[in-house]
Design a protein around this ligand. Structure first.
Ligand code: SAM
Length: 223
């Protein structure tokens, strides 16, 4: 197993600028909070806290129970309102990270926008463009390059660009990595990740174990 993968939220390996104060909003678009999203949101919350930013999970259904590990992160906010209600009086401050946007995100966008909006959607292959549900809301959009990222990677890359002032083209990526669990067992991930110093994809703590468990279950289901 690629156990040396950098664990997101523990100690980021990239340098952040001193331009904290940003808000990262994930508009929750799935029915429930699945285990993958849970780990991704915990990683986003911890990394946001470390950089002095806020992480807001919006559009939560009334009965939504925020997991303890998430509510324990000081700069995390759970919101039942949707993003257009929260920013009703100042939509121009919000940038939607949209794989179909005409323009790529740049370090200068860190001065134009102070909130960055992401779809709380699990990655899918091929992508079904569910970010279109947020596009309809009319926020200005920016793309993070041509490849689909996991939600926590998309937030990480946005932070590196707007807080760390690193252009998108200078970020070390790892595309579609193969995770090796044993001699005979491996899984290829259909996403782009940020690469750590050891050449491993940066993933939320617990994600490798979850991917392995899901892969084992898929094999069991065949029999
Ligand atoms: C896992 S992606 C989901 C993409 C999804 N398959 C879709 O149908 O839109 C979750 C979120 O990360 C952001 N994202 C991921 N890759 C991106 C990219 N290349 N450019 C801009 N945003 C991206 C978007 O906000 C997207 O809604």
């Amino acid at each position: 197993m690629a156990s040396s993968s950098h664990l997101a939220g523990d100690a980021p390996s990239f340098t952040m600028g001193s331009t904290g104060g940003k808000t990262y909003i994930v508009e929750h678009l799935e029915e429930e909070l699945g285990p993958w999203s849970n780990l991704e949101y915990i990683a986003i919350a911890k990394e946001s806290h470390l950089s002095g930013a806020k992480f807001c999970l919006s559009s939560l259904p009334p009965a939504f129970k925020v997991p303890e590990a998430l509510s324990a992160v000081p700069s995390f906010e759970a919101e039942h309102r949707s993003v257009e209600e929260i920013y009703a009086s100042d939509k121009s401050r919000v940038c939607l990270l949209d794989p179909a946007a005409a323009k790529d995100l740049s370090p200068e966008d860190g001065t134009t926008f102070d909130a960055f909006l992401f779809g709380g959607i699990l990655g899918d292959d091929p992508p079904r463009d569910r970010t279109s549900e947020l596009r309809k809301k009319g926020f200005e959009g920016r793309r993070l390059g041509p490849k689909q990222m996991t939600t926590d990677t998309a937030v990480r890359v946005t932070r590196m660009v707007v807080e760390g002032k690193t252009p998108l083209t200078e970020i070390p990526y790892l595309d579609f990595p193969e995770l090796k669990f044993s001699e005979r067992e491996s899984t290829q991930m259909p996403f782009r990740y940020v690469k750590n110093e050891d050449g491993e994809p940066i993933m939320p703590r617990g994600m490798l174990e979850l991917i392995k468990k899901d892969a084992d279950k898929a094999i069991d289901d065949l029999f």
